[in-house]
Design a protein around this ligand. Structure first.
Ligand SMILES: Cc1cc2nc3c(=O)[nH]c(=O)nc-3n(C[C@H](O)[C@H](O)[C@H](O)COP(=O)(O)OP(=O)(O)OC[C@H]3O[C@@H](n4cnc5c(N)ncnc54)[C@H](O)[C@@H]3O)c2cc1C
Length: 517
């Protein structure tokens, strides 16, 4: 049976940008329905640490001094002519305003902690970072009924954490936003996928949603905000757009399959940057990719290709090393998996892929083709099927760099970012230690991502543009469904969720203005 609904604002998607847009519109008096395709709210933010790169916000202002001039210089140097200047200005103008707006809600709390920007050599670089984080939230503070709505943590092998009875990181952000949305009167529909946008010439006036009890035709008085994520898991489309990836390498939540982007394009929306993603390498576990962002930065780790040779600075920020993987695969110099190699001293000091220090590498990893071990480097090379002579020479040279404290090949440890993730007790270079004490271990690394970031072209109010650059009345976009203001740059931790939230906020503000006219 098909039912009919009416609202001011329909939000499509249930991630952080969708919830921010819904909360903003509802708080400012609009009648909002939020429709999420899956059985959970949260999208990929549920897997995230939820750093939010929101320069010049009032929370981080209490921790360190920053200026718009510095931020502008940093962005100008790092985006390298890619991205969209009008969206960048809108983002930087609105980020502090959005934080203050959200903080008016008693459910929303942030704190600052250090996590550096990703381009340490750029002017305006902030070594302490520009990201804020949601404060953890005990389950009881929002109640089990709301906790159950949030997409569960990743399994431990994929980078999840056992957080007990507390929501942390992205799940804390989501819990806070969901509680605020419910209080503000947002009507939440789960398992309600957008099927079709309803249009009049040049205008979106509603949508058809699937539903647990049948389809729903929603008439929309003011606008539809598309915050349905990227096309992470549409591997055919990704290959068509030049992404050198295979199915199963993606870290994004399962709902990011791109059909909402396709539907917007069907009604005439323009798209750009479709070759782009928030890149990263990841360990290729039997349950899917594992992020483990700190692991590469610890000294005593090395990444080699299938010839047993290094091809990058292992300590690079994840998007930048991801781009090295991507470039290597695209130009034919790199075949994946690459191999992340450590020795017993590393395992004892830092642990492997989330296991605690000194914990033995799990038998099932070794038996199941995820982890490889060799008493000697020759034996490890044989297990990996890579040339032992090359691997031996590579590691001998690398160990020489570690002893001298200077990576003559890729400059690992030459900058503040590498040192942040290094080990201050390791000398002379905290980012470099030898790989010398057998047994030796290897994990396969593939090219993964935190979501695609090419999609709908939008204006500074988050209005979706048609192919002639004119806003489609009543249609808005936020997050990975949108062609990102960052272009091919990942300025610092929290740019993806930050972008989703800020453009969700801007869309809602514009819809509120529209509704009042
Ligand atoms: C391990 C990990 C750690 C990360 N850490 C960070 C971090 O610390 N900071 C940061 O900024 N980013 C981080 N990211 C990236 C970030 O989480 C995502 O890029 C971001 O959350 C994407 O937001 P979004 O709103 O565009 O989409 P999503 O969060 O993916 O939300 C989209 C939602 O729309 C729903 N949807 C899809 N199709 C439909 C449809 N047809 N109808 C209705 N709903 C639909 C989906 O099911 C999903 O719930 C991390 C990612 C991973 C994997």
């Amino acid at each position: 049976m098909t039912s009919s609904l009416e609202c001011d604002v329909l939000v499509v998607g249930g991630g952080a940008g969708a919830l921010t847009g819904a909360l903003t519109a509802a708080t400012l008096g609009l009648d909002v329905i939020l429709a999420e395709k899956t059985e959970y709210l949260g999208g990929t933010a549920a897997y995230a640490g939820a750093g939010l790169w929101l320069p010049l916000n009032s929370v981080s202002a209490a921790a360190f001094a920053d200026t718009r001039e510095k931020v502008d210089a940093y962005i100008a140097a790092t985006t390298d002519g890619t991205g969209f200047a009008d969206l960048r200005e809108a983002y930087l103008d609105a980020a502090p305003e959005m934080v203050d707006f959200l903080l008016q809600d008693p459910s929303v709390e942030f704190h600052w902690r250090a996590f550096p920007d990703y381009y340490p050599d750029a002017p305006g670089y902030m070594p302490s970072g520009r990201a804020i984080f949601p404060k953890p939230l005990p389950d009881w503070a929002i109640g089990n009924d709301l906790v159950r709505l949030i997409r569960p943590e990743l399994p431990l092998i994929r980078g999840g954490h056992d957080t007990g009875n507390k929501l942390r990181g992205g799940r804390a952000l989501l819990g806070r936003l969901i509680q605020a949305c419910v209080r503000a009167g947002v009507r939440i529909e789960l398992e309600a996928p957008l099927r079709e946008l309803d249009t009049r010439p040049g205008e979106v006036v509603g949508a058809c949603l699937g539903g647990r009890d049948g389809d729903m035709n929603v008439r929309v008085r003011t606008g539809v905000l598309l915050a349905a994520g990227g096309f992470d898991h549409d591997i055919d489309m990704r290959k068509r757009e030049g992404h050198p990836v295979e199915a199963g390498w993606q870290m994004g939540a399962p709902g990011s399959t791109g059909e909402v982007l396709a539907e917007a394009r069907r009604i005439g929306a323009d798209a750009d940057l479709l070759h782009e993603a928030w890149w990263t390498p990841a360990f290729d576990t039997p349950l899917g990719p594992s992020f483990r962002v700190h692991q590469r930065g610890h000294p005593g780790s090395i990444v080699v290709d299938q010839d047993g040779r290094r091809f990058c600075n292992e300590s690079l920020p994840y998007d930048r090393i991801g781009r090295a993987f991507r470039t290597g695969v695209l130009n034919g110099t790199l075949t994946l998996p690459a191999w992340f190699i450590v020795d017993q001293a590393y395992v004892d000091r830092y642990g492997l892929n989330g296991e605690p220090p000194r914990a033995p590498v799990p038998e099932e990893w070794l038996a199941g083709g995820f982890a490889y071990c060799g008493d000697t480097l020759d034996k490890l090379a044989a297990a990996l099927g890579i040339p032992a002579e090359n691997l031996g020479k590579t590691i001998e040279r690398f160990n020489g760099f570690a002893d001298a404290g200077v990576d003559e090949e890729f400059g690992r440890g030459d900058n503040a970012f590498d040192l942040f993730f290094g080990d201050p007790d390791v000398n002379p270079n905290p980012a470099l230690a030898p790989v010398r004490t057998g047994p030796f271990y290897a994990l396969p690394m593939v090219l993964s991502d935190l979501g695609t970031k090419g999609g709908l072209r939008a204006d500074p109010h988050a209005r979706v543009l048609d192919e002639s650059g004119v806003p489609i009345t009543g249609l808005y976009a936020a997050g990975n469904i949108m062609a990102s203001w960052t272009g091919s740059c990942y300025p610092g931790p929290g740019a993806p969720i930050g972008s989703s939230m800020v453009f969700g906020y801007l869309a809602a503000r514009h819809m509120v203005d529209r509704a009042q006219k």
